[in-house]
Design a protein around this ligand. Structure first.
Ligand SMILES: Cc1cc2nc3c(=O)[nH]c(=O)nc-3n(C[C@H](O)[C@H](O)[C@H](O)COP(=O)(O)OP(=O)(O)OC[C@H]3O[C@@H](n4cnc5c(N)ncnc54)[C@H](O)[C@@H]3O)c2cc1C
Length: 276
């Protein structure tokens, strides 16, 4: 495998993703974890954790740092960036992270609860028709044009600066303004409504730490806002598995860790079947 090709790619460096990576590694699989800032997991906001066995009284931040440290200890690559698209093609799964593409035989989605990824009005309908998730990938298309940047995650200031640097006229919205924005247009983006005012724009960059799983991977079956999985954590897309909060409630570390383990074992089995 080259530096961008792996047996198993794991999306998300929270408890589910780290657990999946450790199991994949233990099975002798080359694995890499793709994640936005790993310390952006909701676990980092938890005070004292009292229901995770063997490690009483740790703060969420401490527990998360120790988990992410396991990746480093085992030399499991951690690719820090936002995955903006996943494609399953010809038995391989490709994941776009900003301008890079990584590929693997199997994917484990461990992207966390989906409520922060809930699409804005107009977002899914106009995706690829003026709506973009990646400023550095698509920014040049909007050179000299008026665009909106919705900063809904970490690092959107840098994307705003990038777009201004290449000559876009940028309207920048964050916080509740960004959360409540409505993207307008028929066949392509024509404007954005914020606080009751409509601003004409030709592009809208929706910048979250996560992207709704259904938008990330076309054909992915969802159930009540979560990724639908079978008992072995397989999703509706062959070769794609899911684990943790993205598959449903209760949102708990122990459940996420257990499902990460099951998903990695199932991904290993899936690859073995294809290898024989
Ligand atoms: C305040 C608070 C207190 C809590 N207390 C407890 C507790 O006491 N006990 C307990 O068991 N649980 C607790 N939880 C819940 C616990 O944090 C979650 O259940 C757990 O973190 C879920 O793990 P996960 O791996 O499924 O997802 P997450 O921890 O959410 O990790 C997902 C990761 O994927 C990344 N990601 C998502 N999409 C993308 C993308 N497109 N590209 C790149 N990266 C992406 C995210 O940035 C994130 O780092 C608490 C949660 C909160 C918010």
């Amino acid at each position: 495998m080259d530096e961008k090709g792996f047996d198993i790619l794991i999306l998300g460096a929270g408890p589910a993703g780290v657990s999946a990576a450790l199991t994949a590694h233990a099975r002798g699989r080359s694995a890499a974890v793709i994640s936005a800032d790993p310390m952006a997991s909701p676990l980092a906001r938890a005070g004292r954790i009292e229901n995770y066995p063997g490690l009483p009284g740790r703060s969420g931040r401490e527990l998360l740092a120790a988990m992410v440290g396991d990746l480093e200890r085992l030399d499991i690559p951690l690719i820090v960036g936002r995955a903006t698209a996943v494609m399953a093609f010809n038995g391989r799964i490709m994941v776009s992270v900003e301008q890079d593409v990584y590929q693997a035989g199997a994917l484990i989605l461990a992207a966390g609860a989906q409520q922060n990824a809930r699409p804005l009005p107009g977002e899914e309908r106009l995706l690829g028709r003026g709506v973009s998730y990646c400023a550095t990938c698509d920014g040049m298309l909007y050179r000299g044009k008026r665009v909106a940047v919705l900063g809904l995650g970490s690092g959107s200031e840098a994307d705003r600066a990038f777009l201004e640097g290449i000559g876009c006229q940028v309207l920048y919205f964050t916080g509740t303004q960004a959360k409540n924005a409505e993207i307008q247009g028929q066949d392509k983006v024509s404007g954005i409504a914020v606080d009751g005012a409509v601003h004409p724009v030709e592009g809208v960059f929706v910048l979250r730490d996560t992207v709704a799983a259904s938008a990330l991977l076309p054909g992915l079956e969802m159930a009540e806002g979560h990724i639908a999985v079978g008992p072995d954590m397989a999703t509706s897309v062959p070769g794609a598995f899911a684990a943790g909060d993205c598959t449903g409630r209760p949102y708990q570390i122990a459940r996420a860790v257990g499902q990460g383990n099951i998903a990695a074992l199932a991904a290993d089995r899936y690859l073995k079947e294809r290898e024989t």
